[in-house]
Design a binder for this molecule. Structure first.
Ligand code: FAD
Length: 339
């Protein structure tokens, strides 16, 4: 007899802003598809949950990205993110549909929303995860127990967390740790519109104005080529910016460089910064601390320049140059441009 016979399927919260779903939702749907394929006998579905105002036309897109079913709440109260209304709607969806697992991106919004919902329904939540598996030993007992892995002790250890006694098993997962499967317009699925019974329609918080933060350059998580500045290259930032421009890339940094005030926190890569997956990452004067590596090790090609031949960064680099950044980088850029 299954331990939680009423709970089924993997649900993914598809975060959106101004009606545009964030990529992390689709990354999680792609990963959820892989997870359900490891438990074919349980007939689990992947369900997308989309909240917003005028978002109905996005349901087909969620299905094309891999969902079998989409639950939508389309309501003017959900136009802008509000903890009150979003948590209210999600709590009711979970109580009504009883998901076995519920995944949310570890974005600013997801980190606010998921714990509030978990507290309301008394569920376990693993925050800021980087890996998910299903415990295959439990499948024979009819249980799809998630093994959710997250960095701990400053990124020096990884812990795997399970929620054996509560449902749904909730987790927030970092953006960019999973691949987004290619879109498939031929997919079909069920769309369910859910109407919550609002506890109150009076907002507890009123948004007076929304001001978009001006980013320096583009969003580094979308860059195809990144040149990373470490403390050993702080003196060469202008050269590095020029080199990145020549390659059509962007500049990012370690936390040390951000803390030293040379670059903005928006471009910090790593455990407490952003996770990036460019096709080329050139690490300049970066030692290769685990907390930095956690944010860039999935880049397709990593080239490291460091004057210390024993630097940790060389262990994960596809190609390494022992030398001074000022001397090596311009030569490297010339060679890459010729290639
Ligand atoms: P350093 O470690 O000082 O390394 C500088 C490197 O430059 C050295 O390897 C040196 O050999 C080389 N070098 C010096 N001069 C030159 C030169 N002229 N040419 C070539 N090479 C040269 N860090 C992050 O980056 N991102 C995070 O998100 C992050 N989160 C953290 C979270 C926690 C909880 C903690 C405890 C730490 C975190 N850190 C993070 C910090 C991390 O541990 C490291 O301290 C940091 O990444 C080191 O940055 P660095 O490689 O630029 O500097």
């Amino acid at each position: 007899m299954a331990k939680f016979p009423d709970y089924k399927d993997i649900y993914v919260f598809v975060e959106q802003k101004n009606g545009e779903p964030a990529e992390v939702g689709y990354e999680l749907i792609s990963e959820a598809r892989k997870l359900v394929s490891t438990i074919p006998n349980m007939d689990y579905k992947v369900v997308g949950v989309l909240l917003g105002d005028n978002v109905k036309d996005k349901a087909e897109e969620v299905i094309a990205h891999g969902a079998d079913k989409v639950i939508i709440v389309d309501d003017p109260l959900l136009k802008d993110y509000s903890t009150q209304f979003y948590a209210d709607a999600l709590t009711q969806i979970i109580k009504e549909f009883k998901p076995d697992s519920f995944l949310t991106g570890a974005t600013v919004l997801g980190r606010d929303l998921a714990p509030r919902v978990a507290a309301r329904i008394n569920a376990g939540l693993t925050a800021d995860a980087t890996k998910i598996d299903i415990d295959q030993d439990k499948v024979a007992d009819g249980e799809a127990l998630l093994l959710v892995t997250r960095p701990t002790f400053g990124g020096n250890l990884f812990g795997t967390i399970v929620c054996p006694d509560t449902r749904p098993q909730m987790a927030t997962i970092r953006p960019k740790v999973f691949d987004m499967a290619p879109i498939d317009e031929t997919r079909t699925g069920e769309i369910i519109e859910f109407k919550p019974e609002w506890e109150s329609t009076t907002p507890q918080v009123e948004i007076m104005e929304t001001v978009a933060k001006a980013l320096e350059g583009v969003d580094i998580t979308k860059a195809n080529i990144l040149v990373g500045v470490g403390r050993g290259a702080e003196h060469s930032i202008e050269t590095i910016k020029e080199c990145a421009k020549e390659l059509g890339g962007e500049v990012c940094a370690t936390r040390a460089v951000v803390e030293d005030g040379f670059m903005d926190k928006d471009v910090q890569v790593g455990q407490t910064g952003k996770t990036v997956r460019p096709s080329l990452y050139i690490a300049c004067g970066i030692s290769g601390a685990v907390q930095h590596v956690a944010g860039m090790e999935k880049s397709d090609m990593i080239i490291a320049i460091n004057r210390d031949p024993e630097a940790e960064i060389f262990k994960i680099a596809n190609m390494g140059f022992v030398g001074n950044v000022d001397e090596v980088l311009p030569l490297l850029v010339e060679e890459i441009k010729k290639a």
